[in-house]
Design a protein around this ligand. Structure first.
Ligand SMILES: *[C@@H]1O[C@H](CO)[C@@H](O)[C@H](O)[C@H]1NC(C)=O
Length: 400
């Protein structure tokens, strides 16, 4: 708890300090904050398509595409509370989605169940508890296989796709490999940005402080009928957007950095309203709960129902089993920052030892690289993407 208080004090102090300068926004930036992924991609002049993918358990996902039919497909999978816009919101010449398209790839942007684009289910409505009964586990065993099969079916001449995941987008891929190893043959290279399997050394004070209370918090929220986080995502985002863009953009940029790692050099304050216009995009209470179980256990286990009886019913054991990372045998490239409060270097090193086929392991040289620099750093192309392109090309040429 002590660390939480320090965090809060520190935050208020910084907030006051930053209030001094208030930015006047250019209307073009404000427009991007209100556009959704389709609008953004069209605005920047790319060939946009929208596709629907049905999962085995009844979800209907929206898949966005920067289309180059016939080219090598690459699937980009966003992090927790994020969406397809993560890869395009910083604009052409900067967003990874555009840069990959410029390099000749057929780019597919996933939207995991529960986010603003993927809120349809065959049987359940978003106001029903059953809709939100998922974490990265279900994203890994249902959303990813359905999407990969869909993309490959539309990619004649390509038996494999490139996979790029950020944060939860890596966790879900590890779950896929552990649970459905046959899918690893369909992935040419898995590039894991800020990879998360272990949370043993997680540094973010807020999450560390809250983790022990999470089971009670989750029960309380569920008792109140709240299964989505944040509840009423669209309303919440509208409020945070107004507060952050119209009143306190610097304070908000600072607040975000308190959560992900401080990196003043690489933060583009102009992007604050855009980020807040796109994020959070919605996810389940159970997703957050599953992650906090990892913080507490230090391991990479399936969901713990916190009842030996329910675990037994689900898994045949009284505690949840660990995911078998040894099954994740496709080529994997790891990229991680040294200033990422959510992904500790030590946790990635442990993960690396358990993955059987790591072909590239890069602790990013820029020391202040944090959790969202993977998407929004001013120099992200030079600091990260160029290296990713090289690894991809080597794999494409059969050199790696
Ligand atoms: C910051 O983001 C805005 C909006 O996308 C862009 O116009 C500007 O060039 C960016 N600044 C830098 C230094 O990259």
């Amino acid at each position: 708890m002590k660390r939480l208080y320090y965090g809060l004090i520190c935050l208020c102090f910084n907030a006051n300090w930053l209030l001094a300068d208030i930015v006047q926004y250019d209307p073009a930036v404000i427009e991007d904050a209100h556009l959704r992924t389709p609008g953004l991609i069209k605005k920047y002049g790319y060939n946009f398509e929208e596709h629907k993918v049905d999962t085995k358990d009844g979800f209907r996902l929206t898949l966005h595409r920067i289309a180059k039919p016939g080219a090598q497909p690459v699937l980009l999978v966003h992090g927790l509370e994020d969406s397809s816009s993560a890869w395009v919101m910083t604009g052409s010449g900067r967003g990874l989605g555009y840069l990959l398209s410029d390099r000749g790839y057929d780019v597919w942007l996933m939207n995991c169940r529960g986010n603003r684009y993927s809120r349809k289910h065959r049987k359940f409505h978003i106001y029903q508890r059953q809709f939100w009964d998922f974490s990265f586990h279900e994203i890994g065993i249902y959303d990813l296989p359905a999407t990969i099969d869909y993309v490959l079916a539309l990619s004649k001449g390509h038996a494999q796709l490139h996979y790029v995941g950020h944060s939860q987008g890596t966790t879900a891929a590890f779950v896929l490999g552990a649970e459905k190893p046959a899918y690893m043959k369909k992935i040419k290279l898995m590039q894991a940005l800020a990879p998360v399997a272990y949370f043993e050394y997680l540094e973010m004070p807020l999450l560390r402080a809250l983790a022990p209370y999470m089971p009670s918090i989750v029960r309380l929220l569920q008792g109140l009928g709240i299964n989505e986080l944040p509840p009423e995502t669209e309303v919440w985002r509208e409020l945070s957007y107004k507060y952050c863009s119209l009143a306190f953009p610097n304070t908000c940029a600072n607040l975000i950095m308190q959560l992900v790692g401080i990196d003043l050099e690489q933060v583009n304050i102009t992007l604050t309203p855009i980020i807040l216009g796109q994020y959070p995009a919605g996810s389940s209470v159970k997703s957050v709960s599953h992650y906090s179980q990892q913080v507490l256990s230090g391991g990479f286990y399936k969901y713990d129902y916190e009842s030996p009886y329910m675990n037994w019913q689900e898994y045949g054991t009284i505690t949840p089993p660990a995911y078998k990372l040894a099954n994740v045998n496709c080529k994997v490239a790891l990229f991680y920052g040294q200033n990422d409060l959510l992904v500790a270097v030590k946790d990635v090193q442990r993960l690396r030892k358990e993955l059987p086929n790591v072909v590239h392991d890069e602790k990013l040289a820029y020391k202040k690289f944090n959790h969202i620099d993977f998407l929004t750093a001013i120099d992200v192309k030079e600091l990260l993407y160029n290296s990713m392109f090289q690894v991809m090309e080597k794999v494409d040429k059969g050199e790696l």
